[in-house]
Design a protein around this ligand. Structure first.
Ligand code: NAD
Ligand code: DAU
Length: 342
């Protein structure tokens, strides 16, 4: 089985490549990554060179994906499309790269898969559905109407629509998955969980947007990727699969867990972290109903204890300072331009 994995030097893509190499002895992976600020070669450096190639290239540039996809011919060969600009805060500061990578990039991937009749799995997000009220009894299902809020989620929604259209109009053999918030090793320190962990590891105070009432549905990255592998093995052409592990927690709860696990809980009324300026248009709550994915594909998440997953993630960031330290200062300097302690 040969896989082209776009965005494979980013967080989820790199973890996916590790999983494939560990679990599929028959697989060869070509990673195509533009090596943006979010990519890190070191995330792939301990993988066998005869089974993983890294090609630096922008999937939105005509011809780049096509060159790699034209080399796939086997019945199980697949493009797994992770590449995207992925951070909401960056999409508010500058949406242009999001339109480029997420929409034009997906268009080029679709055209290459159409031309060479190659199977595609498109990795998307629960954010395409907008947000829920805190007490809303319904969770997101594949039938939920799209209602994206930010430039990031709007471009992901646009990409999903292109995939659906290419399936229907051209018969492209594609599947889509929409997953909730991932955490685990190799996640960029701009994101919520690694930002707080690395703030504490560098003697800085963690930062909570607004009151911290916003809820995210956390899933360990290995559970996301095991679901993607199930979809590659048994997913039906044209179908959308939702991936989530019933991991709803408010940001305040997650922050308190991190502080507790790292021995940083405040005293005398000091919570140990700062409340800072809220994100404009901040989605209140995401929640995934993954029943169909579980029942139809026999998938079950394995890492559902968030506290335990956080403990292992904290350990990873403690032991891999070389991986994140070079970019930490730049990320915090960028946040400092807009963020104010409340
Ligand atoms: P990430 O930002 O860590 O990694 C994205 C990777 O894509 C980077 O290596 C980057 O260099 C690469 N990339 C960006 N633009 C590119 C382009 N034009 N051509 C080639 N490569 C390009 O993101 P992530 O968190 O690993 O997310 C991966 C995918 O999963 C994205 O599609 C995202 O929308 C989706 N997703 C993420 C989450 C999450 O919680 N992080 C949840 C659900 C879905
Ligand atoms: O739901 C899936 C999505 O999850 C993915 O599609 C995105 O690619 C991924 O980045 C993530 O989006 P979020 O915006 O939910 O993730 P982020 O890590 O940026 O923030 C998680 C929550 O924590 C969110 O409510 C904002 C809040 N937050 C974030 C940061 C960086 C803070 O309170 N403090 C922070 O410092």
């Amino acid at each position: 089985m040969r896989l082209v994995v776009t965005g494979g030097a980013g967080f989820i893509g790199a973890n996916f490549v590790h999983t494939v190499i560990r679990e599929r002895p028959d697989a060869h992976v070509t990673v195509l990554d533009a090596m943006t600020y979010a990519a890190n070669r070191a995330s792939l450096s301990d993988l066998p060179a005869d089974r993983v190639d890294l090609v630096e290239g922008d999937c939105a540039v005509p011809g780049v994906v096509d060159d790699l996809v034209s080399q796939l011919a086997g019945p199980k060969d697949t493009v797994v499309h992770f590449a995207a600009e992925s951070h909401n805060d960056n999409s508010l500061a500058g949406p242009g790269p999001f339109v480029h990578s997420n929409i034009v990039g997906t268009y080029q991937v679709l055209e290459a898969c159409r031309l060479h009749d190659v199977r595609l799995h498109h990795v998307s997000t629960d954010e395409v559905y907008g947000d829920l009220q805190l007490d809303d009894p319904a969770k997101f299902t594949p039938a939920t109407a799209y209602n994206p809020s930010s430039p990031y989620s709007a471009t992901k929604a646009g990409a999903d629509m292109l995939v659906r259209a290419w399936v229907r109009s051209f018969g492209v053999r594609a599947t889509i998955s929409n997953c909730s918030n991932n955490y685990g090793p190799y996640q960029h320190v701009e994101k919520f969980i690694p930002r707080q962990i690395t703030n504490l590891l560098t003697g800085q105070r963690p930062r909570l947007y607004g009151s911290g009432a916003n809820v995210r549905d956390w899933i360990h990255v290995d559970d996301h990727n095991s679901a993607v592998l199930r979809i590659l093995a048994g997913g039906e052409r044209g179908r959308t699969y939702l991936i989530g592990a019933d991991g709803e927690h408010s940001n305040l709860q997650v922050m308190q867990m991190i502080c507790e696990l790292m021995g940083a809980t405040g005293t005398d009324g000091d919570p140990g972290f700062d409340h800072v300026t809220d994100r404009p248009g901040h989605d209140l709550r995401y929640a995934i109903d993954a029943t169909a994915t579980r029942e139809e594909l026999g998938w079950e998440p394995q890492h559902t204890d968030l506290r335990d997953g956080l403990r292992r993630t904290i350990e990873w960031y403690r032991e891999n300072r070389d991986w994140w330290e070079p970019v930490k200062e730049r990320v915090e300097a960028r946040y400092a331009q807009t963020e104010k302690v409340l």
